[in-house]
Design a protein around this ligand. Structure first.
Ligand code: DON
Length: 309
């Protein structure tokens, strides 16, 4: 079913678009600095398979941190809850996503949650296979299953750009290797992680992923189960407590839905039993969240009473 442009959504997007000027595109991954800061698009998926949109929904971005929710789901499916939470914790940090400080302070150096970079690297380490390629294909297949797009690929340019500059993530890995959280070659893990972060999607793909989480792991229309309900529940819980990094508390007050952002300007939203939301808006605020995307969600939350709380 094609996604229909919707006038009401267009009007809300126009209002939020002004805020794109208040943000900046990420440039610590050099390839991301090529994004257009004025872009903003949204798609909303309903449980009956209807999809409405506003803005240029073909605009593609890379998943970046949104991939952390998807690898968490995959690791929970493959390794089980007990194993995953031996290696990563449950608690929000209140620190920026790439901070190293709590790793040294926590005992025994277990990353506090799977949504910060350290935790996500530990989760990606759990995705097993004979080679980086085989592990990446597993992640790509899972993303394809969620988006319904068989041709999911990653941007070689963005992956390479991050791989070559990701020294902070390397430090997090070496720290965790020293303390036995991971035990593989750090360069291989970073190769896989940067490719996972560079998987390309548009807001429509994100909305499709969102509706599957919103429906506790079920696909709309076909009613096929894509992931166990408890896996969807755990992921949504982390999206509420840690999905918007050290802005998660404010986001819970202002919007009140499970959501996950990425530094490419994507936001994945899952309104339980109601909507899957996908947003692309590369201009970021100082915490790394899409500034106009946040505004858009705030306006939507108010208009349609989206808050779970
Ligand atoms: O590891 C990184 O720094 C990036 N690949 C992902 C970070 C990210 O998206 C944080 N988001 N707000």
């Amino acid at each position: 079913m094609p996604c229909q442009t919707n006038n009401e959504l267009e009007a809300i997007l126009e209002e939020a678009k002004y805020y794109t000027q208040k943000g900046k595109v990420a440039d610590y991954i050099p390839a991301l600095s090529k994004a257009n800061p004025d872009d903003l698009s949204i798609a909303v998926y309903h449980p009956d398979g209807r999809c409405i949109s506003a803005g240029d929904i073909q605009e593609s971005i890379t998943l970046q941190s949104i991939s952390k929710v998807l690898t968490l789901a995959l690791a929970l499916i493959e390794c089980g809850e007990e194993y995953v939470f031996q290696k990563v914790g449950y608690e929000p940090t209140g620190d920026p996503f790439n901070s190293i400080v709590k790793l040294e302070m926590s005992n025994p150096s277990k990353p506090l949650n799977p949504m910060i970079n350290a935790g996500a690297l530990a989760v990606t380490h759990m995705i097993k296979g004979q080679s980086v390629e085989e592990r990446l294909n597993k992640i790509l297949s899972f993303v394809s299953l969620l988006t319904g797009n068989e041709h999911t690929t990653y941007s070689k340019e963005v992956a390479k750009s991050e791989f070559e500059t990701s020294h902070l993530n390397r430090s997090l890995c070496y720290f965790m290797k020293q303390h036995g959280i991971i035990n593989e070659d750090v360069e291989e893990l970073l190769d896989l992680y940067t490719k996972q972060c560079a998987i390309e999607v548009n807001c429509l793909d994100l909305a499709r992923i969102g509706i599957i989480f919103a429906l506790d792991g079920m696909e709309p229309i076909t009613n096929k189960r894509i992931m166990p309900a408890h896996v969807a529940r755990i992921c949504k819980t982390f999206m509420v407590t840690c999905g918007m990094y050290n802005a998660s508390g404010e986001f819970a007050v202002r919007v009140g839905i499970p959501a996950k952002s990425g530094v490419s300007g994507g936001i994945l939203g899952a309104v339980p039993n109601r909507f899957g939301i996908g947003i692309s808006g590369p201009a970021l605020d100082d915490k790394g969240n899409s500034v106009a995307g946040l505004k858009l969600l705030e306006l939507l939350a108010e208009k349609y009473s989206l808050s779970m709380f």
